[in-house]
Write a protein that binds this ligand. Structure first.
Ligand code: CP
Ligand code: NVA
Length: 335
């Protein structure tokens, strides 16, 4: 495997299977160190900056805690408190921030923005979520799969239910194909992934002995699966007006007890979070009032069930992001 030092982390299609395996190995090592209380301030004296144009809990906290654990300084910039995009172009911001920082994280809208940032920055740029991709999430998700099914995930099957063409679903298709995991995109025709991505991932999957299936049949999609994954029906940046149509078309793809029964007996439930599984959020309550539903992409029963691994998955975001930052900032083997 070639060193990842100096590389940007923008989307998984840019990486080889063994790069991903390396990031997973590193994430597992960092997780053990963290749990054992072993200090790992390997990047003492470096600094990173976080640019968030969309809201976040897990991604921001993961970068901040990971930076602190690695001995790095960290600056958080939201759209209201910086000049980025409003008074200063992405290209100019990239060149300014590169003079201060060793790495730049960006969460925002189009993938082209993070690509432009990377083109002009002379330090690694990490994609913390765009409309198209969510690549840091993938290392956490595959780490969670490994924790349940062992390090070699080849031949396992992961089903994404619902809005199977969003940033998380797109990224999962690539991650699974690269690791030889069978991937199923299960949703109605209008929420299925783009043909070019399915073709690309099918080729990658074939070379790793796995498959990609796109289906609108819940029975076909979930039969015997090892992991059932879902995400919100309306992603950040999408207009409020799409809720009504999404609820109508995606309700048959809700992850509920019946869906989990179609899956393998030891199947796990995954969700990148945040999740609408009750009405204890402002948006969940508003949707309940407008449409009379109290759960959306996953029922509270499945979310809280023993098969649900969502909080392990959330914790793994931090170990994964630590691994991604370390691998792109240093090629020193860790002790
Ligand atoms: N899963 C995820 O990216 O969560 P946040 O939006 O809280 O960062
Ligand atoms: N698809 C979701 C993921 C959130 C982590 C969104 O983009 O809002």
């Amino acid at each position: 495997m070639a060193s990842l030092k100096g590389r940007d982390y923008l989307k998984l299609l840019d990486f080889e299977s063994d790069d991903i395996t390396h990031l997973l190995d590193l994430a597992r090592t960092f997780k053990s160190m963290k749990h054992a209380g072993t200090p790992h301030r390997y990047l003492e004296g470096r600094n990173i900056v976080l640019l968030f144009e969309k809201t976040s809990t897990r991604t921001r906290c993961s970068f901040e805690v990971a930076a602190s654990d690695l001995g790095m300084g960290c600056t958080f910039l939201d759209p209201a408190s910086s000049q980025v995009s409003k008074k200063e172009s992405i290209a100019d911001s990239a060149r300014v921030l590169s003079r201060f920082y060793d790495g730049i994280e960006y969460r925002g809208f189009g993938q082209s923005i993070v690509e432009e940032l990377a083109e002009y920055a002379d330090c690694p740029v990490w994609n913390g979520l765009t409309d198209e991709w969510h690549p840091t999430q993938m290392i956490a998700d595959m780490l969670t799969m490994q924790e349940n099914f062992g390090e070699d995930l080849a031949g396992r099957t992961l089903v994404f239910m619902g809005d199977a063409r969003n940033n998380v679903a797109n990224s999962l298709m690539v991650a699974c194909a690269k690791l030889g995991v069978n991937f199923v995109a299960c949703g109605p025709a209008e929420n299925q992934p783009e043909a070019w991505l399915v073709e690309t991932c099918t080729e990658i999957a074939q070379s790793n002995g796995s498959t990609v299936l796109v289906t609108d049949s819940v029975e076909e999609g979930c039969a015997g699966a090892d992991a059932i994954y879902t995400d919100v029906w309306v992603s950040m940046g999408e207009p409020d007006e799409v809720w009504e149509q999404r609820i109508a078309s995606l309700s048959p793809y809700q992850v509920n007890a019946r869906v989990m029964q179609l899956a393998a007996p030891e199947a796990i439930f995954l969700h990148c979070l945040p999740a609408y599984h009750d009405t204890k959020t402002a948006i969940g309550a508003k949707i309940a009032e407008r449409f009379g539903i109290t759960e959306m992409e996953v029922t509270d029963e499945v979310f809280e069930a023993p098969c649900s691994r969502v909080f392990d998955e959330a914790e793994n975001r931090m170990h994964a992001i630590k691994a991604i930052m370390y691998a792109t900032l240093s090629d020193e083997p860790i002790a």
